[in-house]
Design a protein around this ligand. Structure first.
Ligand SMILES: [Zn+2]
Length: 181
């Protein structure tokens, strides 16, 4: 019982952080049948992006319909394994990143008129940047090494990082400022 409470409070803490972020609404996906499937004890519907598990039910009390932050592991798996080719490239990148790294606090911003998104996880040593460079791509900037990971550099990377630091420092006071130089 105590463990259960601890897990619930951990989930609620995560939600408090996530509330700071942008509400990315997953576009309606054509060709995903409206059917309810079962995995272990949970029923999920990938067409409506709903699930009966506790993670989903808690998130559904806070975040709007089709909000990326509502997705639970059952919906991540269904989207990425059963229907990966049906997702638009940006949604697929965001879902994959949340699935592998955990739910990010997502932000939406603009640089010279071009929209980009970025996501952080608390505590963080890096930021994921999603921007369209021919197609949507994910770039990772490392706050410890002050460099881009995997030798992937976005166009105007320095300007993007300056903008991101300003936004993070103004919105997320609980990150130790010394971590974000
Ligand atoms: Zn679920």
């Amino acid at each position: 019982m105590e463990i259960r409470k601890e897990i619930d409070s951990k989930i609620n803490n995560t939600f408090d952080f996530l509330k700071l972020g942008y509400a990315y609404i997953i576009p309606e996906v054509k060709n995903i049948l409206n059917e309810t499937k079962k995995i272990s004890n949970h029923k999920y519907n990938t067409h409506h992006l709903t699930c009966s598990c506790k993670e989903y039910r808690l998130a559904a009390k806070i975040f709007p319909r089709r909000d990326l932050r509502r997705l639970c592991k059952h919906l991540y798996l269904s989207l990425l394994i059963e229907h990966p080719e049906k997702l638009d490239p940006l949604t697929r990148l965001l879902v994959e990143t949340n699935f592998w790294l955990g739910k990010q606090i997502l932000f939406k911003s603009k640089l010279n008129g071009a929209v980009f998104y970025f996501g952080v996880i608390i505590p963080t040593d890096h930021v994921s940047i999603f921007l369209k460079n021919i197609t949507w791509q994910r770039y990772v900037y490392d706050f410890v090494n002050l460099d881009w990971r995997n030798d992937l550099y976005p166009p105007q990377g320095d300007l993007i990082i300056n903008k991101i630091k300003k936004i993070i420092n103004s919105k997320i006071e609980f990150i130790d400022a010394s971590e974000i130089k």
